[in-house]
Structures are given as structure tokens and as C-alpha cells.
Design a protein around this ligand. Structure first.
Ligand SMILES: Cc1cc2nc3c(=O)[nH]c(=O)nc-3n(C[C@H](O)[C@H](O)[C@H](O)COP(=O)(O)O)c2cc1C
Length: 357
């Protein structure tokens, strides 16, 4: 039986059923905004250093500014020093975010060896002090995001769950892989089921959800309170609404049509330029463009051209030129011949093939 939380204060915010994961280098402000516009109920900031916040580091400040007045947003931090975590949470609270999340899953060596991210889970007593300091700093929704353990021999998710719940966290997200697994192999959903069975606070499952069917399967198999999606949402912000609809009705909404994908991609590009400036946005958007057009015809030449562009207008022109010169009728006919539905519903848009059904 897990330890019960010490406080009676309920945060006004609760985790929804489906959410976009924090992904460093991907879930920046424009990407989060697009996800929300297309039906995502909750987004997380990228991982941000508590020490960087404490020391007013310029890059960190820019990331903080990106998160101002954004809803719903949970701000994710990492760090290991209780006083610094306290201070960072107080400053984050001033941004008006909906909650704070402690990263306990980052596998990167640089973070791990400073006893942060996944490294902090190896020091449970210290972890208690870190979470206690964060809890003391805020009444906002407070959660932790963990991996199942460092490797298969140290599956410590229940102990970490005990600490999180005991110190008054409002929820826990478990990425069902160990640090050793990195982002490869198949996520083991049994660990999610086990943690859900053990704790009273909401447990969110993460790992290998890529479409409405896998989201439902994870909920059915683990009884988790919600699912978090990272790579499956790359270039696919429609996924969240499609999952919600499938969970509510059992009906699969069609994949977005090419026009919708192209229009969204162009809006994303413009938003990125607004937030980051033209040069940086054009560089960072290259990967997003590849993800948005994956599976559509004749994209290779367009992608090569876009990768040479350094201006918004140049990128938009490349995309338009490709879209106008593509023989969409032939494309639809080919899909129909393969037995796919045509009209509005279009090709299987698998961003990443992560889990075999
Ligand atoms: C490139 C990359 C960056 C990531 N950055 C973060 C991060 O900043 N914070 C975090 O908690 N998890 C991060 N993750 C982990 C994801 O949030 C998620 O737990 C993991 O990808 C498993 O989910 P998926 O199978 O849906 O991709 C990152 C993953 C990837 C691939």
C-alpha cells in the first residue's frame, strides 16, 4: 500500500486523458500552439534547468518567456538542489502556468551525472527533499515524470511513486522504458499497469502510443488515467482529437487531407518565424516539414529545396510549387486502387512506427 499524501489541498488543475509530451528541441511554443489548436488538451514545456532559472541564464530566460500566458501548459524542470528547485518553482509560478513537472527520466549522461533527471532517482532521500521543496513552493498541480528504472535490475518505479505520492504530488507520468533502453525497444506497459494498481494519485502512461487504437489499448491494458504522446505526434497534431474521438465513440476519424496538412505546416512555419526570428525558425522547421509531408507524393525534391532555404518566403514558395505541381488526382487514384478510402480521408499517416499491434 502506497504512502498517502500529507496535504489536503487539491490543485484546480487535473491531468486530461490525452496530452503532448515534453520533447526537447520539438515542443517549443509554436509546436505547442499548433497542437492545442488541433485539439490537444495539455502541453508541456521542453525540459528546463532549475539552475538556469535561478541564475537568470539568458537562454533559459528566453525559454521562460516562450511559456508566458500559455494555457494549458505544464512547465517541466530538472535539477537536484532543493533550495534552487524551490526558487525556480516560485519563479515559474509567476509565468501563470497550470502546473509544474519534475523530470526524473532524462537519460542523458550530462544530466544523469549531476544527480538530475533519471540520476536523481538513485538518491531517494535526496529526492524526498527536492519534491518537498517544490511542494512547499507551490499549490499548483505538481507532478513527476519517471522511467521505470535505470535498467531491468533496478525497477524502482514503485518506490519513486511512493515518494511522489507521499510528498503530495498530484500525478505521475511513467515512460515505460528503463534508462538503459533509451528510446528503443518496445515500451513495457505492464510497468504502467503495476504502478497504476499501486498508487492512488493519477498515473499517466507513456511509450509507443502512435494512433487512436494504441491509445485505447494502453488505457484498456493498464487502466492508466491518461496517455502521453511524444514521437507519434511529430507532424501529426490531429492525433489528439482523433484519439479523444475514438475513446468516446469507438469511431476512427479520417486522417487529415493533404490540403489540411499543407495549410497547417504553413501556419506552423509562420508562427515559428514570429517566435524565433526568420533564420532560426527556417532552420528548425526543416524537420517539422519532413514530418508533415511524410507519405505524400514527390516530397523528396521539395524537402531538398526547403533544406537550402533561409527565408520564410523561400520555404513557402517551395512548398507551394510542390503542392501545385503534384498530380493529386493520380495520387488519390493510386490510394483508391490500394483500397484506401479517398475523398477527405487520406493515407495512413504513421509518424513513427513504434509498436506492433
Ligand atoms: C528527442 C527527444 C527529446 C525528449 N525530450 C524530453 C524532455 O525534454 N523531457 C521529458 O520528460 N522527456 C523527453 N523525452 C521523452 C518523451 O517525452 C517520451 O517520454 C518518450 O519519447 C516516449 O514516448 P513516445 O514513445 O510517445 O515517443 C524526449 C524524447 C525524445 C525522443
Amino acid at each position: 500500500m502506497a504512502v498517502l499524501p500529507p496535504r489536503g489541498v487539491k490543485p484546480s488543475y487535473q491531468f486530461p486523458r490525452v496530452m503532448l509530451a515534453p520533447v526537447a528541441g520539438y515542443t517549443d511554443r509554436p509546436t505547442r500552439q499548433i497542437a492545442r489548436e488541433k485539439g490537444c488538451s495539455l502541453t508541456f514545456s521542453e525540459l528546463i534547468s532549475a539552475r538556469g532559472i535561478y541564475e537568470f541564464n539568458q537562454k533559459t530566460q528566453d525559454m521562460l518567456d516562450e511559456c508566458r500566458d500559455e494555457h494549458p501548459l505544464i512547465f517541466q524542470i530538472f535539477g537536484a538542489e532543493p533550495e534552487i528547485m524551490y526558487d525556480a518553482v516560485r519563479r515559474v509560478e509567476d509565468l501563470g502556468v497550470d502546473g509544474v513537472n519534475l523530470n526524473l527520466g532524462c537519460p542523458v549522461k550530462k544530466v544523469f551525472k549531476t544527480r538530475s533527471g533519471c540520476g536523481l532517482t538513485l538518491y531517494p532521500v535526496h529526492l524526498v527533499h527536492v519534491i518537498r521543496a517544490m511542494r512547499k513552493a507551490t499549490n499548483l498541480h505538481l507532478s513527476v515524470k519517471i522511467r521505470a528504472g535505470v535498467n531491468h535490475k533496478s525497477l524502482i518505479y514503485k518506490m519513486i511513486g511512493d515518494i511522489a505520492q507521499g510528498e503530495g504530488c498530484d500525478g505521475i507520468i511513467i515512460h515505460a522504458r528503463t534508462r538503459l533502453m533509451g528510446f528503443g525497444g518496445q515500451a513495457n506497459w505492464d510497468w504502467i499497469a503495476d504502478l497504476k494498481d499501486y498508487l492512488d494519485i493519477p498515473v499517466i502512461g507513456n511509450g509507443d502510443v502512435i494512433d487512436p487504437e494504441s491509445a485505447k489499448r494502453m488505457i484498456d491494458e493498464t487502466a492508466c488515467d491518461g496517455v502521453m504522446i511524444a514521437r507519434g505526434a511529430y507532424g501529426n497534431p490531429w492525433l489528439f482529437r482523433r484519439i479523444e474521438h475514438y475513446l468516446d465513440t469507438g469511431e476512427l476519424l479520417p486522417e487529415p487531407a493533404p490540403e489540411e496538412r499543407i495549410a497547417t505546416l504553413m501556419r506552423h512555419l509562420r508562427l515559428a518565424v514570429e517566435w524565433k526570428g526568420e533564420r532560426k525558425a527556417c532552420f528548425e522547421m526543416r524537420k517539422h516539414i519532413s514530418w508533415y509531408v511524410r507519405g505524400l507524393p514527390c516530397v523528396r525534391v521539395m524537402r531538398d529545396k526547403v533544406n537550402q532555404c533561409e527565408t520564410l518566403q523561400g520555404m513557402l514558395d517551395c512548398i507551394r510549387e510542390w503542392s501545385e505541381s503534384t498530380d493529386w488526382d493520380a495520387y488519390f487514384a493510386k490510394l483508391a486502387a490500394q483500397g484506401h478510402e479517398t475523398g477527405d480521408s487520406l493515407p495512413p499517416h504513421r509518424s513513427v512506427s513504434l509498436r506492433v499491434a
